[in-house]
Design a protein around this ligand. Structure first.
Ligand SMILES: C[S@@+](CC[C@H](N)C(=O)[O-])C[C@H]1O[C@@H](n2cnc3c(N)ncnc32)[C@H](O)[C@@H]1O
Length: 212
């Protein structure tokens, strides 16, 4: 019951975040998903690969990939307002993307995907039980040999993002939280510039899931 209450609280927070502010007013907004595309290029991602963006919100990533010829794309987010904004941005292409409104800690994947991408969703899971549920979804949803791309606030970034407490990670921290079945391929920092001039550091990690 506690998990469901937390999930409802999370959903209300994110509905309000997308209803009350324009994209350009949101702290995480970026016009170009540069680091995400760098990570996908780093693993040699190809248009025939399936990719899920967890906590996609209204990010431009999937539309960007669709325009490059990718055709098996899934956006998952707890906020229907966030997904609705992304669908509006995608216009006529919206029907070509799978949209899932779900809390990732409650989601049961129906199939294996090649690439799991998460920019700034996992770091909001401050409870160990929620991180374990996220990991269960990740293990069920990512194929053996698939890739995990995860960006979180770095250890020296602020303790809150979008008004919520976050856990801050480097690769060792992600490995400890999600790790045993993954090998680290790459890690880097990128400084994100918010609309009001602050510059929180993100830590980007790319992992390959064991093939067995
Ligand atoms: C900081 S925003 C980042 C959005 C997007 N990834 C980007 O880079 O622009 C975090 C996103 O994660 C979503 N989110 C937060 N907790 C979630 C959860 N438990 N399950 C699914 N989505 C979640 C929010 O609704 C929001 O869209």
């Amino acid at each position: 019951m506690e998990a469901r209450r937390l999930s409802r609280d999370r959903a209300s927070h994110w509905e309000a975040a997308y209803t009350d502010k324009q994209a350009e007013e949101q702290s995480w907004y970026q016009q170009e998903p540069t680091s995400s595309l760098k990570a996908i290029s780093r693993i040699g991602g190809q248009p025939h690969n399936s990719l899920i963006d967890v906590g996609a919100g209204s990010s431009a990533l999937l539309l960007n990939l669709f325009k490059q010829g990718w055709y098996d794309l899934t956006a998952l987010d707890i906020s229907s307002a966030g997904l609705a904004r992304a669908q509006t941005n995608a216009g006529e292409f919206a029907a070509k993307i799978d949209w899932i409104r779900a809390d990732i800690t409650q989601w049961k994947p129906a199939r294996h995907l090649d690439i799991w991408h998460d920019r700034a969703a996992f770091h909001f899971l401050t409870e160990a039980d929620d991180r374990a549920r996220y990991k269960a979804a990740l293990m069920a949803g990512l194929r053996p040999g698939g890739y995990l791309i995860v960006a979180t606030f770095a250890p020296d970034a602020p303790e809150k993002c979008s008004g919520l407490p976050v856990c801050r990670y480097d690769a060792a921290g992600i490995d400890e939280a999600l790790g045993d079945a993954f090998d680290l391929i790459a890690e880097w920092r990128d400084v994100h510039h918010t609309p009001w001039g602050t510059s929180p550091a993100f830590n980007w990690c790319v992992f390959e899931k064991d093939s067995s």
